[in-house]
Design a protein around this ligand. Structure first.
Ligand SMILES: [Zn+2]
Length: 339
């Protein structure tokens, strides 16, 4: 019995020593220590051993088991360490390689221009309001005095979700939404993305940004509108900037005007930038049409107001002397980081 145990132990240790992976070690564990393993079979053969010898044999089996288990455990650790070392060798990091450059983003010229415009109007006591980009035809056209057959609807052809819902062509529907809430007076600007079914070129894009302005209060006159926009132009383009109002037509304002500012490059004498005229067109405006007020539940006999709309891209292009609108949408960081 003693010789048999000695033999089993030596065999097991030899196998353990020569095994080179964890699977093999596991097989050895099962073969020697498992339920049907060699050591277990020795214990099963105890009935043939004389009773007074049994404790001694039992102790020897336990000793053999302990030795084999220790050998298995140590070999397992050694194999794991070896595997890790090999992995580290494979994954050598070359610390002399140049580091990957981390590109930090940059504020877009549109964003810079918008923040500037917001700063100016917040300074004059305006609130910044946002509205949905997907808008009811009712708000985008009808309630702004543009009924179904109005020619202005052609000029502002857009993308229809269905007969009643469109991608808004202007930020003006936000005016209607605010007026309908009925909290007067109103002094707000509404910046945001608008859509037209325009082909892309240097001055057009199917998606661009507008900033809408609206003031409704008692005794608001065209003089308030002129004063406000003159102040805005000075803040944005410089103290010496002058404004000029040219009569125009918009369905939702009466009277309406387009506003030019003196060229901030030549000061109004005429240059290549302003195409020799000395003036640059920047926005459209007017007194809110009484019918528009009425449709939103405001009494035009008691209240009056003005509205204006300015293209955000137009301001960014002018301010940074960018000659192609497409540059604003390409998001090439080499272009963007100049601003
Ligand atoms: Zn000029």
């Amino acid at each position: 019995m003693k010789e048999k145990l000695q033999k089993i132990k030596e065999e097991a240790l030899a196998k353990i020593q020569s095994s080179d992976n964890l699977d093999k070690l596991n097989e050895i564990r099962v073969a020697y220590l498992g339920k049907k393993g060699e050591l277990t079979s020795v214990l099963k053969g105890m009935k043939n051993v004389a009773p007074e010898e049994r404790p001694k044999v039992g102790q020897m089996v336990n000793e053999a088991r302990a030795i084999i288990e220790t050998a298995l455990e140590e070999t397992k650790k050694a194999l794991a360490a070896k595997a890790r070392e090999e992995q580290l060798k494979r994954e050598v990091i070359d610390v002399t390689l140049p580091a990957k450059k981390n590109n930090v983003g940059h504020r877009h010229p549109n964003t810079i221009a918008l923040e500037e415009v917001e700063r100016i109007f917040i300074g004059m006591g305006y609130e910044v309001v946002e509205g949905p980009e997907v808008e009811y035809d009712l708000y985008n056209f009808e309630k702004l005095n543009i009924p179904a057959n109005h020619p202005a609807k052609d000029e502002q052809d857009t993308f229809y979700i269905n007969n009643e819902i469109v991608l808004r062509t202007q930020t003006s529907p936000v005016q209607v939404r605010v007026m309908e809430q009925g909290k007067l007076p109103i002094r707000m600007i509404a910046p945001g993305r608008v859509f037209r079914s325009d082909e892309v070129d240097a001055t057009h894009s199917p998606s661009f940004h507008q900033i809408e302005g609206l003031v409704i209060d008692k005794n608001i006159t065209f003089a308030d509108l002129k004063g406000t926009l003159a102040e805005f132009a000075k803040e944005l383009f410089g103290e010496d900037t002058k404004v000029k109002f040219r009569p125009h037509h918009f369905p939702f304002t009466e009277p309406s005007a387009e506003v030019d500012v003196t060229c901030f490059k030549c000061g109004g004498t005429g240059c290549r930038f302003c195409k020799g005229s000395g003036w640059i067109e920047i926005l459209g405006c007017g007194m809110v049409h009484p019918h528009v007020l009425e449709m939103s539940g405001i009494d035009p006999k008691e209240y009056s107001g003005f509205a204006f709309g300015v293209g955000l891209e137009r301001i960014a292009l002018l301010k940074y002397e960018i000659d192609d609108m497409r540059l604003l949408y390409e998001n090439d960081t080499r272009f963007l980081k100049q601003f």
